[in-house]
Design a protein around this ligand. Structure first.
Ligand code: ADP
Ligand code: MG
Length: 260
């Protein structure tokens, strides 16, 4: 179902971006990457940001996390203006960003240790999420001993363990082989169904977007603007051969420019 980009204030929105823009200056030249982005992510939904490569998806996530703040507009998380990095946002990156010198347990409990949580309590919480992501038995493994899919499971467990208000997943399965990617999409859905969280999931893969999303926001080429929003309201788990899946896929394909 096709919707106009939502601009209304929703009571249960966790993240709100209003008229967000981002410009970079390199070699004295101004490069506009985000233009007038207004969106919201509602509590416990999976909002997928779908757009072509180099359009500004990572820039948008970094602006939301205030790692590289927006140059225009406002971003709020649970009603509070987001101006500096903090624990409200948990990130999972495309490139595996685990500490290679720490085990699965060490990586998952890292944030809690930094916060000063006692060993017993943080081990308990880390064990819960290691189990949730299916890594029981791999607590003592180092990243080098794990497959790509398993490393991303550690990344997901780590972000769950920190209990942020919102999880920002930046093409987390983009580097995985096709088979592992499908498996991880199913796994992420299972994990999210078990413990719902507000997730913004970035991808340039349409099937992944339709499989996972409650809503999909389609971005244009750089500078990224919101092209259209789609609600994905048919039941989970979805299958690419479902008539509704194919219909939505066709609808989204229909609004893309041939060069995107
Ligand atoms: N720090 C920066 N300085 C200048 N340009 C940048 C910087 N970061 C990103 N860009 C530019 O912004 C555009 C979008 O990048 P990015 O957000 O990484 O795209 P995506 O994640 O959609 O592939 C690219 O053209 C990139 O070169
Ligand atoms: Mg990117």
């Amino acid at each position: 179902m096709c919707l106009e980009p939502s601009r209304e204030i929703m009571t249960n929105s966790v993240i709100k971006c209003e008229n967000v823009s981002k410009q970079f200056y390199s070699d004295g030249e101004m490069v506009q990457v985000l233009e007038d982005i207004s969106l919201e992510a509602r509590e416990n939904e999976i909002l997928v940001i779908f757009g072509p490569g180099q359009c500004g998806k990572t820039t948008l996530l970094k602006a939301i996390a205030a790692l590289e703040p927006a140059t225009g507009g406002t971003i709020t998380i649970n009603g509070k203006k987001k101006t500096k990095p903090g624990p409200e946002c948990g990130l999972v990156y495309q490139t595996i960003a685990l500490f290679p010198w720490l085990t699965t347990m060490g990586n998952v409990e890292y944030g809690l240790k930094v916060k000063g949580m006692g060993k017993k309590e943080r081990r308990e919480r880390a064990n819960k999420y290691i189990k949730l992501v299916g890594l029981e038995g791999f607590e003592k493994s180092f990243p080098i001993q794990l497959s790509g899919g398993m490393k991303q499971r550690v990344g997901i467990a780590r972000v769950y363990c920190n209990e942020p208000d919102v999880m920002l997943l930046d093409e987390p399965f983009g580097h995985l082989d096709a088979q592992t990617r499908y498996l991880m999409q199913e796994e992420l859905e299972r994990i999210w169904q078990t413990e719902k969280r507000t997730i913004i999931f970035v991808t340039n893969n349409m099937e992944e977007a339709i499989y996972l999303a409650d809503r999909i926001i389609v971005l244009t080429n750089c500078p990224a603007k919101i092209k259209q929003e789609f609600k994905v309201d048919f039941p989970r788990p979805r299958n690419i051969t479902d008539p509704e899946f194919l219909k939505l896929r066709k609808e989204i394909t229909g609004i893309l420019d041939p060069l995107e």
